[in-house]
Design a protein around this ligand. Structure first.
Ligand SMILES: Nc1ncnc2c1ncn2[C@@H]1O[C@H](COP(=O)(O)OP(=O)(O)OP(=O)(O)O)[C@@H](O)[C@H]1O
Length: 255
């Protein structure tokens, strides 16, 4: 049987001075899926992301990416292997244009040792790829605007384009619709669906209707531990999940 697990954690645990923020979390993210990590405030979602990107060292447990142990890898090494968190490396420069921002991200991916952009032809290739990426996130018509001039939702789309420039195989999205109005939420949801066609996505998201629309699998964390896992239809009826969210079992009110 083909093993389609792209990312796996085994008994992943993180303690902060004796406080267990992530407790024995074993996850499997399958290739080609959109996998959501949800849970009430303080459940440990951000800490799990920080462990996966190696921003924080794990106290116990293991992280395997494509079957290889990355528990002790450096953050840059993890990103280089294709596990990239949006907004991690990809800062948006406010006074560069939209196009320039994507070009900078592409140049960074190529590295400074490789004198790629010194030739005209290479620069053209870079522009071509930047144009493709902008089209993917619906920013083609905004390419000459300064990043600072973009409305909030569009700025997040630009951040996504600069992340895609790094060619992630597994894209970690940290609350992609946070702080957005209804219209932007719809646009970003569609965008995630599009970029996930040829990638795997693991996302932390508070907006449960976005989670319902996008996710193949949902893992619910509560107080650092996995409480439930499955498709939305199952999760939204799970009594323990409902209780963790609102302390009662009223499905409509919670999920
Ligand atoms: N550096 C740290 N030192 C001590 N405690 C921490 C640290 N980082 C996180 N915690 C604690 O770990 C727990 C989990 O936090 P985390 O931010 O991972 O939760 P979360 O699920 O992402 O929450 P939210 O949805 O509010 O962002 C919280 O109780 C938090 O206070």
């Amino acid at each position: 049987m083909v093993d389609d697990t792209l990312l796996e954690t085994r008994h992943l645990t993180k303690e902060f001075a004796g406080f267990v923020a992530v407790n024995d979390v074993s996850l499997r993210v399958r290739r080609g899926t959109i996998h959501a990590l949800i849970g009430p405030n303080g459940a440990g979602k951000t800490t799990v992301f920080n462990l996966l990107t190696r921003f924080l060292p794990a106290t116990h447990g293991q992280i395997l990416y494509r079957g290889e142990d990355i528990t002790h890898a450096r953050p840059a090494e993890v990103a280089r292997r294709g596990l990239v968190r949006s907004f991690q490396i990809s800062a948006v420069f406010p006074n560069l244009t939209v196009l320039e921002n994507v070009r900078v991200a592409l140049q960074r991916k190529l590295g400074t040792s490789f004198h790629f952009w010194q030739s005209e032809r290479s620069l053209d290739a870079l522009d071509e790829r930047a144009t493709e990426l902008l089209a993917q996130v619906d920013l083609a018509s905004h390419r000459e605007l300064l990043a600072v001039e973009l409305p909030y939702g569009r700025k997040r789309a630009l951040e996504l384009a600069t992340t895609l420039a790094l060619e992630p195989e597994l894209l970690l999205l940290d609350e992609p619709t946070q702080g957005m109005g209804h219209e932007d939420v719809g646009r970003v949801t569609a965008l995630i669906q599009r970029v996930a066609r040829d990638r795997t996505v693991l996302m932390v998201e508070h907006n449960l209707s976005v989670v319902a629309d996008l996710s193949h699998v949902i893992t619910v964390l509560a107080r650092g531990s996995v409480l439930a896992e499955g498709p939305y239809a199952d999760i939204s009826r799970d009594r323990q999940v409902l209780e963790a969210y609102i302390g009662s079992a009223e499905p409509e009110a919670a999920v």
